[in-house]
Design a protein around this ligand. Sequence first.
Ligand SMILES: [Zn+2]
Length: 409
Amino acid sequence: MEKSYVAIETLEHCPVCKISVENADNILDSYTEVDGRRYFYTIDICKSCGAIYSVKRSKNQCFYTEQYDAEKEHSHQNDQSAPLISSCIWNVETKKRQVEEIISFLQKPSNTYLEVGSSDGTLFRMVKQRLQGSGQVFSEALLIESSGASNYCSNIEGCQVINQSIMSKNVMLPNNTYDIAVFSHCLEHFEMPRDVIKKIRKSLSDDGLLYIEVPDGMRCDRSLSYPLGYFHVVNYNLLNLSWMIRSEGFEIIDLIQRDHYPGIRLIAKKSCLFSVDEPLKESYFWAKGALNQWLNAVDMVKGKIVKLNIEKQEKKVLLYGCGTHTRALIDALPYLELCDFTDSNPRIKLFNNKPVIPIDMVDFKIYDYVIISSYAYQDDIFKRIVSTGCPFEKIVRLYDTVFSYDQGF
Ligand SMILES: [Zn+2]
């Protein structure tokens, strides 16, 4: 079975506190599938700092090159030569909050801006527009995005775009330049976040600010999907994120948990103190508790499917969604691998070694149940399949409430 996985690498140290991986608790092993290939990863908790991360993981840097553009497939990108339209912006409620926060720290008439993992550049455009509204400008802006989303950034006026990883040796940042460096849902993708922060610190001006938002590792208990899901290498919590940033020569000036698209947002300024205290032991118990809560959530979803009696009564079932959520669902209830699969993404042709039925070829009449295998997109998918003629009573929604994206608090 191992043979079908893309080559697996093992970390030597916790990405957050640098202690040896021998001090990590292994919680589980899993994999995700992209283009029919399996990418293995483990979920571990660092006993020293409570970071949830993958000690072992298949390596594929192709996911962070121009050739790969996962967000496009989820319709998360917009044509940046067109006007900004709020209803078309992905996760717009979080972005609006971020814009107000960023603007509140930019007091000068002319400012310099750096964003790492800028995706299609929407956040930068929103900040720039809002800044102009208060009579200020960006004298310089640099967007760094290694995936194909960078192509959208190049249509934005008034910024430079680098379509390589920030950690590439070719990416040389000017010293002591930027008033603010923004990481919005980006830092969790790095295996060596401290090196990224070190590089950014040098490029910030003396009173420069670091603005970071990452998913909240304490709130992975809403969905059946694995807390890391392969693409995220580290799940942070309030304690270990702020500790790591302080120990890289910053002073935290604001730190919140955001309910909307559950995240942690941290704002820090450059400091000459590099804190040398140990990470708080409580952080490990927090992480452990969050993963236990998540296991309870998995049991609840399992209970909902068991009640359908699919296995005993030989029901014909279609699973809608071929991502990490479905991987987790099949791991929890292996008999579900006998179901048919469909997905709205036409690029996904194979899942679990079975052909994926293109969504427009699905005949809903032949199924007893259509299970929506997604957390965040559950309600969107529900509306879509009802509108394409799937009888309401056949549809199984696994979650009573979905707490993320654009539904506000
Ligand atoms: Zn650690």
